[in-house]
Design a protein around this ligand. Structure first.
Ligand code: ADP
Ligand code: MG
Length: 493
């Protein structure tokens, strides 16, 4: 734990500054066709109660059967989190009553989780990175869903989600600001998406976080935490932390104390409210589920999964920096999504990679964001973008004209070379033509020429005029040279 290390921003109270401490418990739904202990579909949506087996409905005498694929997914995730894979782990019953939990208990893992300690490198917006410790990852079943808004007098229960496999990923209290917590969640999401173990879709509840928050004087021992349950977007996680830290500081500065409790975030009001206190906390009476054997792995099983891991964001980022000479910041942006990284690499093949990175993170992202399109639906293929960067590199078009070519490519899906040829956008490097345009501009603007002697900056205006005459196609460097040759004496050169 980076306990004593001071970082992040402090929050100013009336009695001095405070440090906020955050630990997250993230529920990530395992990407799998079937549920954790039954063959029913784990797909999102579907007519209510259409994805329910007898096991999921908690019928008497039902027997859970472990889904090996879900187990592999959890191990894969553990490896992606640089974590210890426990060769023996145990499923426990966590007993509590819930209207949408028909078994009367949740099958989870308590003392012996499938994955132990790990670490996640979190990239902060400012460019630095911090490490957040992972305490454990365990497998458990999700509950169903109570529908309170279908009938004025009744609550309906939809068991489609009941029994779906979740990975609960518990972090150490290693985060020190809402920005760090949001960045951690973003990184965790990127890792599971790279691994293909969770789709990371927070809108559909595939990823949600319980947010533990406490405050303390800088460097002091950990304060008492409150846990904010089930926060389902990065923005809400950040907002909930900001609000909760301020609330706790106000209580402490007012002479009160913090009681460990569970709270809910009301995203409309932007506040957290108490849900239950520690005193009311359940005694879950955990015990090993007698229906399920402990999970036991040998080295070969773990090695086989390890061999299938893709290159993960950190490794890819480091490679983009060393192989393509990108800045860590640009590399970080490009590796955030596997598809973006693949697009970049395809476009950069044999081209000026830094220029490609600029086009991807600049004009392409701007256009895709504007249209709400993912990179997979880009009208400009990676190959076409690479070709365009090639045309700039070999002098066929100027960077200025490339901006227009890109817009046409994006609108029409046509290849850049075709656009350049058909629309006559080739850069004019022919010195004769440029020289003639310069002469014309000089001849028709004698007053400006006179002014130039006193205002050397006016040379920029001449450049602009020559560019206009050549429809922007003149090579800017050649224009500058021609102007200097003819007007340099007025500039004292
Ligand atoms: P519980 O099931 O009671 O919530 P867990 O051990 O599952 O307990 O989770 C505890 C979570 O709270 C972890 O993410 C941990 O990092 C975090 N945490 C523990 N102590 C503090 C603290 N003082 N301030 C903030 N977060 C904390
Ligand atoms: Mg908890």
């Amino acid at each position: 734990m980076s306990e004593s290390k001071m970082r992040g921003k402090l929050i100013e109270g009336v009695t001095g500054s405070w440090e906020v401490v955050i630990g997250l418990e993230v529920h990530a739904q395992v990407l799998s066709n079937a549920k954790l202990f039954s063959g029913a579909s784990a797909a999102y949506g579907g007519a209510p109660n259409s994805h329910v087996s007898l096991v999921d409905a908690g019928m008497p005498g039902m027997l859970p059967v472990i889904n090996e694929y879900c187990v592999e997914q959890a191990v894969r995730t553990g490896l992606g989190l640089n974590a210890q894979i426990n060769k023996v782990s145990v499923f426990d019953r966590k007993n509590y009553f819930y209207p949408d939990l028909p078994q009367g208990y949740q099958i989870s893992q308590f003392k012996q989780p499938i994955v132990g300690e790990g670490v996640v490198v979190v990239d902060l917006p400012g460019g630095e990175s911090v490490e957040v410790g992972i305490e454990r990852l365990h497998l458990e079943q999700d509950a169903g869903k109570s529908l309170h808004d279908q009938d004025p007098n009744a609550t309906f229960v939809d068991l489609n989600r009941s029994g779906v496999a979740l990975m609960e990923i518990v972090s150490r209290p290693d985060m020190r600001s809402s920005e760090e917590a949001a960045a951690y969640l973003k990184k965790l999401r990127a890792i599971v998406r790279y691994l293909g173990t969770c789709d990371g879709n927070m809108d559909e509840g595939s990823m949600r976080a319980d947010v533990n928050v406490s405050v303390r004087r800088p460097g002091a021992a950990l304060g008492t935490r409150c846990e904010i349950k089930n926060v389902n977007s990065m923005r809400f996680v950040a907002q909930a932390i900001e609000y909760e830290a301020r609330r706790q500081i106000d209580v402490l500065e007012g002479g009160g104390s913090i009681h460990q409790e569970t709270r809910l975030f009301d995203n409309k009001a932007g506040v957290t409210r108490p849900m239950r206190s520690k005193e009311e906390a359940h005694d879950y009476r955990y015990f090993p589920d007698p229906d399920l054997l402990p999970l036991e792995f040998d080295d070969a099983f773990i090695a086989r999964i390890k061999a299938t891991l893709p290159e993960l964001p950190d490794a890819k980022k480091a490679r983009f920096v060393s192989e393509y000479g990108l800045s860590p910041y640009d590399a970080g942006v490009l590796v955030a999504e596997r598809e973006i990284a693949a697009y970049f690499e395809a476009a950069a093949k044999g081209r000026d990679a830094k220029a490609v990175a600029n086009w991807v993170t600049g004009d392409l992202f701007a256009a895709l964001n504007r249209d709400g399109k993912p990179i997979g639906e880009s009208p400009v293929s990676a190959d076409a973008l690479g070709e365009m960067v090639g045309l700039i590199g070999d002098g066929t078009i100027s960077g200025r004209i490339a901006k227009d070519v890109f817009v046409i490519m994006y609108e029409t899906g046509e290849r850049p070379a075709k656009i350049v040829e058909e629309r006559g956008l080739r850069q004019v490097t022919d010195t004769g033509a440029i020289s003639a345009a310069v002469d014309e501009v000089i001849a028709s603007n004698p007053a400006k020429v006179e002014e130039l002697a006193k205002k050397p900056k006016l040379i920029g205006w001449f450049v602009g005029e020559v560019m206009k005459k050549t429809q922007g196609k003149a090579n800017p460097q050649a224009v500058n040279e021609a102007l200097k040759a003819k007007l340099g004496h007025l500039l004292g050169e």
